[in-house]
Structure formats: C-alpha cells, structure tokens
Design a protein around this ligand. Structure first.
Ligand code: F6R
Length: 603
C-alpha cells in the first residue's frame, strides 16, 4: 500500500525523501506528494499519477528544506486526483497516512458541522483536521496527536510535521512504520518500510501500536523519543540494525524487476536449501521433528494463498496431518473452529498484509500457536509469530509476486519433511538441486515460450487447468496473467471444466493445461474435450510425450523426472514466463500493474 518517507537533518530532505519514495513506489502509484518546511512555512508539492510527475515538478522548482515528508498513494477513500494526493496540510500541520480511518465518514460530518473545512475527499484529511482542532484547544502537539489518534478507528500509520518546529512525529496501529537515525550525520528518518532507509539509517526502531515517536535533530545530536498515549515515556519499541543491502534496489541488466526476480529463483532455491539444511536455519527446522498436531490452519492472500494450497498437500500427503487453507479475508470473519492442539500457519511475503495479520491475531487470541512463512524479517507478522520460517527471497519489487511464491512453497516443503524425517536424507537435497538446475535451464532459453506468447496474446480469454498438486499452479498462472497482462484468466481443476466453464470454450479462448506425469490419461481426456470445442490448447507437460504434443496447438515440454514433490514450483516458473511475455506484447506496466500495490495493508 502507500509508501511513506520522512526526513529531518542538516541535508536537503528532498533527496532522501524522493530516493525513499522511488524505492517504495511499487507500494502505490496513483499519485505522489511531498511537504517541505521552507522559511517557516509548509510547502506542499503533489501530482496525480506516477512519482515521475512529482519528480518533474521538483526538478523545475529545486526546493531545499531540512525537514519534510513524502508519500506515494494507493487510493482507498477518494478518487485518484492531485487534491486527494498526500500530504494533506494546513497552516499548522502536514500529514501523510497509510491505512483506512474507518469512522472517517461520521467524524467528517461532525467536523463540518463544527465549521471545519476540507480540501479533499480522503479519510486522511479527517486526521489532519482533528489534530488541528485539538491543537487549537490545547496548544500541545503530543496531546493533540494522542487525542486525534484515539478518536479514529481502523488500522493506520501517520507521519506529521508542523510549521513550528523541525520535528518528525509518527504513530501507527496495525500498519507498518519504522523510524531510523544516523548518529554520525545527525539525520532522522521515518518510513513505512526499512527498504526506503537502506544506506541512510543504520539503526531502525520498530515502534509498537499507539506509541508516539518524535525525532528531532540539534547541532549536537539526533534524538528519537517514544511516548505512550498518556504522554508518559514509552519503551514499547525494538531497535535493530538495518541489514538490507542496496543491490536489491536495481534491475541490473533486466528490463523489468519481475524478469530479474524470475531469474533469481534458481540461486535463491540453492541458498534457502543450504540455509535450512546445512546452516543456521537447521535449528528451527529440527525443532519440528516429530511435531504432532491435530491440524494446520493455513491462511494467506493471493499468491501466498496459492502457495498455501501447495503446502497443504505436503502436510496431508507427507505427514498425514490434516490441513485447511483459507483466504485470510474469509477466515477472519467466519468464526473458525480452532482447537488448542492445532497450529496456525500464516504465509506472507511482506508480513504486513492486514487480513493475514488479523488471522494471526485471531489464532493467538484463541490460544493456538502462530507460525509464519514470511519474507520480511522484522515485519509485523514476523514479530508476532511464535515461530518464523524465513524464505530469504530478498526484496521483491515486482508487484506481481514470483520468487516469494517459489520460496514459500519450498519452505513449506522443508517444514513438512523435517516433521517426518531427518533433513539429512540425500534424496531431499538431490531433488532441490534438480529443481534449481531445471529452473536455471528454463531461464536460459525462453524462445519457445516467447513464440507461444506471440501466437496467443490477442485471444479473448485464458483458462488454466491442472489436477492435484498442479491445481494451485493453475490458479497462480491465471492470477499472474490477469494481474500483469490485464486479460481475463481463470484457474480450474482440470476435471471441473466440464461442470460449467467448458461453455466458455470456442476458438477465441485458450486453455493452458498443466499435465504432470501423474493422472496423465485423465488429463489427456480433458484436453480432447477442449479440442472438440475448437479451443486453442497450450500444454505444459512432460517432455517426450508425442501423444499429448500432437493434441496440443502449442507444447511446453518440461522434464519432471526426479521432482516428485517440487514439480509444481518448476511448472509455475514456465507460467511466470508466459505471463511476462504476454504482458510485454500487450505493453502493460509489468512491474507496476494498474490498480495494484505491493503489500496490502488495508482490509
Ligand atoms: C500477486 C500478489 C498478491 C500477494 C498478496 C499477499 O502477485 O503479489 O496476490 O501475494 O497480496 O501479499 P503478502 O504475501 O505480502 O501477504
């Protein structure tokens, strides 16, 4: 969701804020804005559309300021317009916001009745107006922040600057927010993501919910202070060094981050296997040995939910332990049956997805242990978990998740294997090595997939099918295609096609069928059914299978040999390439598809 950056210090805040926003733009790109304290005034520059538009404005005006805040927006309340872009400011304060103020409608009515005016349709401005109202009553900034924050409901993070000082104030509830400082350069920073602060702030503070953080800089030092809502000093924060590195922030020689991230997968698989089997990660997996549970409750959203569907198969087939997988936004409202001898497993790349976090909270309230498969160390999900299984994917910048899926599934597989047997089994290591080698091979020659993309990209609709362990991959293949190529795509269990969706099939529709060596004959009959209705058939199937190849219009041969458990990951990489090349032909914005944002921190 929205990206937030704040700066105060001796340098020009514009540089760090714009650099930070550029790194966070993948989180929201409907509009962008910056507020700078210049000559004791708060000056706001904002623009509808991508950050590029704001950068142009800044290049024309070349502002200089020691204190400022910036924002890239993913619209929730209010259309995508320059007026609704953040920051929102008045004669006293300026505010940037990530999240949703749930009672904004009612509060706005009251404030309008009291004579306050609004310049935008956003819920965020309600916080600004409340803050101003309370400040006019008390003349005390901290007290006003506390009162305004206590008045609003919903999950949000705010960064505030004022005309009267160079302080940066911030506060959050169930939304990501970090504060950073650099003692040597006497600079302080705030952001919705430590990623924005790489190279700027060696130390990062993670405040807990409802803690007001105040950063200030003097000639002698930089200080960060924390307060409870009753304004007593707070110790509810964690201090951590920022271990992330910069090489993750560039595309290198790749045209898109998505393409770079697809290509990274083979070596990330090797690293993850080494980490969990041979290095530090081994300890945490060994703790799972002989773990007994009455059942697993997996919850996640989107691509992470698809990873959960693959992992469920591992728990059921390898461990014979019951596992349910729910979409997080469904699970949290369905009053789930949770028993104390069960385990909640939450899967998330960002570790900040609001619905997944709510499920974790629910499980914890009901007294069942919370485990996570997560990428971002230090994220909210990570901090609130009883056990974390990190996927070590590095920063994923492409909004469409690729490498995170691969490593989530692999981590789930390793968890399942370590419950059942020792990780020293050489077959296990061999299968993982084979997987990375096959993916590397696939990456080295994508000519065929590109040619197929060229032949089908203009078709009206795409139906992905797969059976058993490939059914989640059909769902994931369809999701990837629709989100980056803006075409209609659906994933179905292959055997389900004839129960309805087959009505859609004609010469304008493409069926992308995943055919593993398992249940091959059954899937072949499904292909025949589609062919009989003139559907265009793309098959991803075992190499050296002339019978299926003949049936298909286009065939992507894969070597399934030696991958009894991990072939879904392998097949998925082929579909990632197919989606990528179709999107390229369609000319869409592959790394920042319309209407989307990385890390969905609103419900
Ligand atoms: C799709 C995609 C999303 C995310 C979902 C969950 O490509 O990226 O569907 O998988 O929003 O995000 P995380 O994993 O951060 O919880």
């Amino acid at each position: 969701m929205c990206g937030i950056v704040g700066y105060t210090g001796p340098g020009n805040s514009v540089h760090s804020i714009i650099e930070g926003l550029s790194r966070l733009e993948y989180r929201g790109y409907d509009s962008a804005g910056i507020c700078l304290k210049i000559d004791n005034e708060l000056q706001i520059l904002k623009k509808e559309g991508k950050l590029e538009n704001l950068k142009k404005l800044i290049n024309e005006q070349k502002p200089f300021s020691h204190t400022g805040i910036g924002h890239t927006r993913w619209a929730t309340h209010g259309a995508v317009t320059t007026d609704n872009a953040h920051p929102h400011g008045n004669e006293l304060f300026a505010v940037v916001h990530n999240g949703i103020i749930e009672n904004a409608g009612a509060l706005k009515k009251e404030l309008l009745a009291e004579g306050f005016l609004f310049k935008s349709q956003t819920d965020s401005e309600v916080f600004l107006v409340l803050l101003t109202k309370f400040f006019k009553q008390s003349n005390n900034v901290l007290q006003s922040i506390s009162k305004a924050f206590s008045t609003i409901t919903g999950n949000s993070a705010f960064v505030i600057i004022e005309k009267a000082s160079d302080k940066l104030y911030c506060i959050k509830r169930s939304a990501p927010l970090v504060v950073g400082d650099n003692k040597e350069t006497r600079e302080a920073f705030v952001s919705s993501d430590p990623f924005a602060l790489i190279g700027f702030a060696p130390c990062i503070y993670f405040p807990q919910d409802s803690v007001i953080c105040v950063s200030s800089v003097s000639d002698a030092e930089v200080s960060v202070n924390f307060y409870e809502l009753d304004l007593k000093p707070s110790t509810r924060y964690k201090l951590q060094s920022n271990a992330m590195t910069m090489d993750t922030t560039t595309k290198g020689s790749y045209e898109h981050f998505m393409l770079k991230e697809i290509h990274e997968q083979a070596s990330l698989i090797d690293h993850l296997a080494a980490y969990y089997i041979k290095n530090e990660g081994r300890k945490i997996l060994d703790e799972l040995k002989n773990l007994k549970t009455a059942g697993w409750h997996l919850t996640a959203c989107g691509t992470a939910w698809h990873a959960g569907l693959v992992i469920k198969n591992y728990f059921e087939q390898i461990n014979r332990q019951p596992a349910s997988v729910d979409i997080a936004s469904e699970f949290r409202y369905k009053n789930p049956i949770l028993n104390k001898d069960e385990i909640g497993l939450f899967i998330s790349q960002s570790g900040e997805t609001a619905d997944t976090l709510a499920c974790q909270e629910l499980c914890k309230e009901r007294g069942i242990p919370a485990f996570s498969i997560v990428n971002v160390e230090g994220s909210t999900l990570f901090r609130n978990s009883d056990k974390n299984f990190l996927i070590h994917a590095g920063v994923e910048i492409g909004v469409a998740s690729t490498k995170a899926f691969t490593l989530q599934v692999l981590t789930g597989f390793l968890m399942s294997r370590s419950i059942q047997a020792t990780l020293d089994d050489s077959n296990l290591f061999t299968e993982i090595q084979l997987l990375s080698a096959r993916i590397a091979e696939l990456c080295s020659d994508t000519k065929l997939i590109k040619e197929i993309a060229q032949k089908i990209y203009n078709k009206k609709g795409f139906i992905f099918t797969g059976r058993g362990k490939y059914f989640p991959i059909a769902l994931e293949g369809a999701l990837k295609l629709k989100e980056i190529a803006y075409v209609h795509a659906e994933g179905y269990a292959a055997g389900e096609l004839k129960h309805g969706p087959i009505a859609l099939i004609d010469e304008h529709i493409v069926n992308i069928a995943i055919v593993g060596p398992e249940l091959l004959e059954k899937t072949v009959s499904n292909i025949e059914e589609v062919k009989a209705r003139r559907g265009r058939m793309v098959v991803v199937g075992p190499q050296n299978s002339p019978e299926i190849e003949q049936l298909s219009d286009h065939y992507i041969p894969l070597n399934f040999e030696g991958l009894p458990n991990l072939s879904p990951i392998y097949v998925n990489v082929a579909l990632q390439f197919l989606a990528y090349h179709i999107a390229k032909l369609k000319g869409t914005d592959i790394d920042k598809p319309r209407n989307l944002a990385k890390s969905v921190t609103v419900e």
